[in-house]
Design a protein around this ligand. Structure first.
Ligand SMILES: Cc1ncc(COP(=O)(O)O)c(C=O)c1O
Length: 370
């Protein structure tokens, strides 16, 4: 990629219409975001080069946390260098409340790895299968259940209410989501899957819902247009989370330019809710158009759709044929949740026009129904 991400990108010198990646609100090349990153770099250098526990806790990092807390409607937030690490941090804090950890079989790599950090027995339940989860639970044992909020490869929302229906019989248990692909997109304020399900007030230090504690972590690097991991929550919850890992006192904080970008991108997300509205309309147009072509697309409100069109060979060919028409919709041979043949992952953002989406659909029609 030789350009910033957006509805169009340059790859190997050629400009393409682009339906990949995760910049769902089209903010990573926003002029204000770029300017804020440059300003932060000039003022604070690359980063403070010491831990936040010492002198390294810059006003910029604290502003990002305040702004993220406001975005999520929470008292506080912990901002650190990686969304991948967010689950590692969250699970270490949640582990003391669990006897066993249960992880969705197709959860993202970072969720699978995080499960082990609880230092408790780890069991794997079938993908998005609450009945299978129930069959593994034992009365009197507290469960910590881990899942993606939205599957990264194909945009399926976790069956949160089904999990809660199961877990309330085994309380006190905890349901934790990595909502990397839901935050910024779903829910009235873009707070993600739990908000979409009407459960936001119960999350990260809120009162348990039906005796089930709800927990979430996320990244600023996708829809929210910045970079780094984020755990918002009640002040006490965030403080406890911070203390259970050593990201605050034993790791470099997010670099100043990305913190500056994240701060401005969060401000834009709050100022311009119409980006989420445009994204929703684009999601509906894409998913309805795919179904009209006979492609298996659900009507979930998520911007990433994974379509399996035949075997790996035909999908690779479809990818190349799209590319020859100036369109990139990546064939992903293998990623968490792709299945044995892989899939074509199509992602829309708020900045795609209907005309762009229709061009993709017309090209797919030519390829699938020659
Ligand atoms: C579900 C999920 N969690 C976490 C991550 C990692 O987040 P980050 O890129 O911010 O480290 C990704 C992919 O990048 C992801 O798809």
């Amino acid at each position: 990629m030789e350009s910033a991400p957006g509805p169009e990108i340059v790859v190997d010198g050629v400009r393409y219409l682009y339906f990949g990646g995760t910049s769902y609100l089209g903010l990573h090349a926003h002029p204000g975001v770029i300017e804020a990153g440059c300003d932060a770099l000039r003022r604070f250098g690359v980063h403070s080069a010491t831990s936040r526990q010492g002198f390294g806790n810059t006003p910029l990092l604290m502003d990002v946390e305040r702004s993220a807390a406001a975005f999520f409607g929470m008292e506080s937030a912990f901002y650190f260098s990686s969304g991948y690490a967010a689950n590692h941090i969250a699970v270490q804090a949640l582990a003391s409340g669990a006897d066993k950890v249960f992880v969705d079989a197709e959860a993202h790599y970072c969720v699978q790895e995080a499960a082990c950090l609880a230092r408790k027995p780890v069991l794997t339940f079938k993908h998005r299968d609450a009945a299978d989860l129930r069959a593994m639970l034992t009365k009197g044992e507290r469960a910590l259940v881990l899942s993606d909020g939205v599957t990264p490869a194909n945009g399926h929302i976790a069956p949160v209410r089904d999990y809660i229906d199961v877990l309330r019989d085994f309380s006190p248990s905890t349901l934790h989501l990595d909502d990397a692909h839901g935050v910024g997109v779903l829910g009235p304020y873009g707070r993600g899957v739990f908000e979409e399900c009407g459960l936001w007030e119960h999350v990260n230090g809120g009162p348990p819902f039906q005796n089930v504690a709800l927990s979430v972590c996320a990244t600023l690097a996708k829809a929210l247009g910045g970079f780094g991991g984020i755990i918002p929550g009640a002040a006490e919850f965030v403080e406890r989370t911070r203390r259970h890992s050593h990201y605050f006192d034993g790791a470099s904080a997010p670099a100043s330019p990305v913190a500056g970008c994240s701060l401005e991108a969060l401000a834009i997300c709050r100022r311009e809710p119409e980006r989420r509205d445009r994204l929703r309309r684009n999601v509906q147009r894409l998913r309805a158009g795919l179904r009209a072509l006979g492609a298996p697309a659900t009507d979930e409100p998520t911007p990433n759709v994974g379509v399996v069109l035949g075997d790996a060979g035909s999908m690779r060919r479809a990818h190349e044929e799209l590319r020859a028409r100036g369109i990139l919709a990546p064939y992903v041979p293998s990623y968490s949740g792709t299945g044995p043949e892989g899939l074509i992952r199509i992602a829309v953002c708020s900045e795609h026009s209907f005309e762009m989406i229709d061009r993709l659909l017309a090209a797919l029609r030519e390829i699938l129904h020659p």
